[in-house]
Write a protein that binds this ligand. Structure first.
Ligand code: PMP
Length: 448
């Protein structure tokens, strides 16, 4: 049995069952229109959401006759650096050329015939960007966690995971066969207590020492918008000789002075984090994931991880998108577009967060984070919030059970460098009105 809270809850199965029933029968059924809305455009700062889909809509990328589209300000996609907005200027030429040369798919796994020159270029660029010896790129961020973790740890090892880590990490951890302990979200005190206890007690029954201990954390937690206390994690792990695995899905490219992510933001040397993992789905406007580490670890992953040997490789066209985005971010395209994108993302995020706080909403996370959840609490408000936003031309993501506990329902805004200040102001004015109607503000005085 693992230590994941989801498993612990199984002790309360009857209660949980009725919660699930309550949620899925009474609420989810009625909020389905808040999810799976098809779009008919790039995921840029504005998207065309298909309201009524004609039969032809399945066949065409654009909204065909008979479909009704609503243009919305996009506060829901992870288009952090706005590559979806200026794709034709920044990336299109390179990407189209790679499409001519390599076609869409390698039709082969990485360690068969699925490695092109572009894959190796992505890997050397990631390694250079992060100051690591080598890197491996794989076809999905989810797969990267789910298949590299079981290659890194196994029976006799201990995995210590933040309680709010992403499902892909949970899947990888469970598949690894390693023993699992969970520590309180972002609590360095609890992490240290867990490590101390694990070292004193050793393995169950035999009490032999653990082969290795791996601590897994995220750079920015996707449902909380909050940075990991990386400095604290590094100090504690050094003290107890544990390895660190850092998932930078939401922070790579988006945070730190030059986009190098959470290590740069926290002023931590990348040499102090053993395994740096990240995805290309967000800041890079692409898809896929990477792991950067020392040469021996990467070689081990190339040989053993399932995504390297049993899954089709990342598309070469996507590799080219990643390479071009890297060129822009690192300023190697001869412009300062990358720098401007990072600055706009930071400015937009901090402005939006400040204004939401001024409205009296409960905003999770911290400044400099482009992920901004606001608390709705009551799950019935999920549908109301989503519909009100949609009606007013705002595309937002709402989050309910089982992604978060039933009574901690929330809405999440993802800010982009592509958002114009006037658009953000319009969105804030609408959100202000919705907050009034749905009573989302916290009381700021005893009699208020
Ligand atoms: N790790 C984290 C922290 C994530 O939030 C996500 C998805 N948003 C993933 C991994 C999976 O990445 P992808 O969507 O690129 O497969």
């Amino acid at each position: 049995a693992s230590d994941f809270p989801g498993d612990d809850w199984s002790r309360f199965a009857p209660l949980l069952k009725s919660w699930e029933d309550f949620y899925f029968r009474r609420i989810y059924i009625r909020v389905q229109d808040a999810f799976n809305r098809p779009i008919a455009s790039k995921p840029g700062s504005h998207i065309d959401v298909l309201e009524r889909v004609s039969d032809d809509a399945q066949k065409s990328m654009h909204a065909p006759d008979g479909s009704v589209c609503r243009q919305c300000l996009n506060l829901g996609s992870y288009n952090y650096l706005g590559f979806a907005d200026d794709w034709h200027v920044t990336c299109a030429r390179d990407v189209m050329a790679s499409l001519q040369d390599f076609s869409v798919s390698t039709s082969s796994a990485r360690n068969e015939y699925g490695t092109t020159a572009l894959h190796r270029q992505v890997e050397t660029t990631v390694a250079r960007f992060l100051g690591k010896e080598d890197a491996i790129c794989l076809n999905m961020g989810f797969n990267t966690n789910a298949t590299t973790i079981p290659s890194l740890v196994g029976r006799g090892d201990l995995l210590i995971s933040d309680e709010l880590n992403h499902t892909s990490i949970v899947n990888g951890a469970r598949a690894s066969g390693a023993a699992i302990r969970v520590f309180k979200h972002n609590s360095i005190i609890d992490l240290e207590a867990t490590l101390k206890q694990a070292i004193i007690l050793g393995r169950p029954r035999t009490r032999r020492p653990w082969n290795k201990i791996l601590v897994i954390v995220e750079g920015i937690y996707s449902m909380e918008g909050e940075y990991c206390d990386l400095r604290g994690v590094v100090d504690v792990c050094k003290k107890y000789g544990a390895y660190i695995y850092l998932d930078e899905a939401h922070s790579i490219g988006a945070t730190g002075a030059t986009g190098r992510g959470c290590t740069e933001f926290a002023g931590v040397d990348t040499a102090d984090v053993d395994i740096l993992m990240g995805t290309f789905t967000k800041s890079f406007g692409a898809m896929g994931g990477y792991v950067a580490a020392d040469r021996a670890t990467i070689q081990h992953l190339r040989n053993t991880c399932a995504a390297s040997s049993c899954h089709n490789a990342l598309s070469p066209v996507v590799c080219q998108q990643v390479l071009t985005a890297f060129k822009v971010i690192m300023g190697e395209d001869g412009t300062n577009i990358g720098k401007q994108k990072l600055q706009s993302l930071r400015d937009n995020s901090n402005y939006f967060r400040m204004r939401l706080e001024e409205m009296g909403l409960q905003v999770l996370g911290q400044y400099d984070s482009p992920v901004m959840p606001i608390m709705l609490y009551n799950p019935c408000k999920i549908a109301a919030f989503s519909r009100e936003c949609y009606k007013r031309g705002l595309a937002v993501v709402v989050v309910g059970f089982p992604a978060v506990p039933l009574l901690l329902s929330r809405a999440r805004f993802c800010i982009s460098a592509g958002h114009a200040r006037e658009d953000l102001d319009r969105a804030l004015a609408e959100i202000d009105e919705i907050a009034e109607v749905l009573k989302l503000r916290y009381a700021r005085s005893f009699c208020g």
